[in-house]
Design a protein around this ligand. Structure first.
Ligand code: 8YV
Length: 314
């Protein structure tokens, strides 16, 4: 009997092939339009295999009366209805360790792409602008202050790379850290931003952090400041970000995540002060294969003996 529902294909394709070998499964994107098939399959589903940026819509969760386990390929769980999962005793697993390095590396890439005008330089050549003059100069990250909002695995790895290798001074703000206990810790994102040249958003998306990065924080980061977001688009107030960039009260933004992906506001697309990537911070082959391996291991183990790894406590 089919009881795993895969919500969307994984990349690279070998993960889909391995998953199919380990368990009979239904592919949601294939049965989505077929009411009869949905009615036949959904009541039998006990495990959903999803992705961090996709989660599991509340309505679909409600259509799965026998759901026991949600296996997330990714670290984020902001798009899962945690209340419903809690009420129904549904287990959730994620793959947080697998992507720490890839995401931290992407922060470094975005910091360099923006500060050294790499993406802009690429456009400059392709548009033929070099023929009419030179692109302006950038700036060095070395010796500057890095503020990290959300000091979990990714925040710490970013601090390690940019602190040790680029000699940046590291400050952070995290809800579970006490500024009295650590002189690098700041009590609020506003305080953090006012002392930072580069502010990295690495906290989880949740109702508590929605729009937490507002105009005051962006202006505190200042006209020479760089905002980098690799967490979730929901943490940054997009309208405030557009206003801060357009009024030149914020220097630049390098963004991998957006509130309504894949839709990106035109103001961010056309701005000369943004560097944009399409939610690919964890998208290395090595990382994605490991994320897929952990998804498959969790499903196999749960089917065998009811045990899982990296169970989320929520
Ligand atoms: C993944 C993510 O790209 O881990 C997360 O929560 O958003 C991303 O790292 C995503 O899960 C894969 O689609």
């Amino acid at each position: 009997m089919i009881y795993v529902l895969q919500l969307s294909p994984y990349a690279p394709n070998e993960i889909n092939e391995e998953l199919e070998k380990c368990t009979p499964l239904a592919r949601y994107w294939e049965l989505q339009q077929d009411e009869e098939l949905r009615a036949q399959i959904l009541p039998n589903i006990r495990i959903v295999a999803t992705k961090g940026d996709m989660g599991l819509p509340s309505e679909l969760m409600a259509e799965l009366p026998n759901l026991e386990l949600i296996v997330v390929y990714g670290a984020g769980y902001d798009k899962i209805d945690l209340q419903q999962a809690r009420d129904r005793n549904i287990i959730i697993t994620t793959t947080p360790d697998a992507l720490t390095e890839a995401v931290a590396d992407h922060v470094v890439g975005l910091a360099l792409a923006s500060s050294r005008r790499i993406a802009e330089g690429d456009r400059f050549i392709r548009n033929g602008d070099w023929l009419n003059g030179k692109l302006g100069i950038g700036y060095s990250l070395r010796g500057k202050t890095l503020g990290i909002f959300g000091y979990g695995r990714i925040g710490r790895k970013t601090a390690e790379i940019l602190g040790d290798t680029f000699g940046m001074q590291v400050l952070y703000c995290d809800r579970s850290a006490d500024p009295k206990q650590d002189r690098q810790c700041r009590s609020s994102p506003l305080e953090l931003a006012s002392e930072s040249d580069v502010l990295v958003i690495a906290a989880s998306g949740s109702p508590d952090t929605k729009n937490i990065i507002d105009i005051n924080i962006l202006e505190a980061l200042g006209p020479n400041g760089l905002l980098i977001n690799i967490a979730r688009g929901s943490l940054v107030n997009t309208q405030h970000l557009i206003t801060a960039l357009e009024s030149r009260k914020l220097g630049a933004a390098a963004l991998d995540v957006f509130p309504d992906e894949p839709n990106v506001p035109n103001e961010l697309i056309s701005s000369p002060y943004t560097t944009l990537t399409p939610h690919l911070a964890s998208a290395t082959r090595e990382t994605r294969v490991e994320m897929g391996r952990q998804v498959i291991e969790n499903i196999s183990s749960y089917r065998k003996n009811g045990e899982v790894f990296n169970r989320l406590i929520f």
